[in-house]
Design a protein around this ligand. Structure first.
Ligand code: CMP
Length: 134
């Protein structure tokens, strides 16, 4: 089975959507392999999102991801990477299909409730970042 990294972002945690999002994850047959709550330092957020360094929204992204606690999850399912991205919906909540997590709980492109790895190589990298023992 494939694994992917999911993050419930500060906007969704502070709005108390954690339970609802975990319900959606389990109702869609993902196994939660590992999960914990943490708060990213500026250095951690800059390293995690290093691929976006230099983009106009980088500072906003780092500020948002360090604004409060997050929940990180290692999810497992056949085709987990694509399945989790489909369940999250479009990056911009305004374009996210009805019923997707970002449609339900996203506020803006920056505060879009959840993160998910976009490919096998990034999933391996992102899982190792938060779950070095996996
Ligand atoms: P995420 O899946 O966590 O990966 C990178 C994040 O950058 C993305 O979700 C968005 O929250 C954020 N992002 C992408 N484009 C923009 C933008 N134009 N303005 C602010 N944030 C953005």
């Amino acid at each position: 089975m494939e694994r992917t990294l999911a993050i419930i972002k500060p906007d969704a945690v502070s709005a108390k959507h954690t339970g609802n999002i975990i319900d959606i994850i389990e109702n869609n047959d993902f196994n939660i392999v590992r999960m914990y709550k943490t708060k990213l330092s500026k250095d951690q957020a800059e390293r995690f999102y290093g691929v976006h360094k230099g983009k106009p929204f980088f500072q906003e992204l780092v500020d948002m991801m360090t604004s409060g606690p997050i929940i990180v999850l290692a999810l497992e399912k056949d085709g987990a990477i694509k399945a989790w991205r489909e369940l999250m919906g479009d990056t911009n909540p305004a374009n996210a299909a009805p019923g997707t997590i970002r449609n339900l709980y996203g506020v803006s492109i920056g505060s879009n409730a959840t993160h998910g790895s976009d490919a096998p190589a990034t999933a391996a990298q992102e899982l190792a970042f938060f779950f070095p023992d996996l």
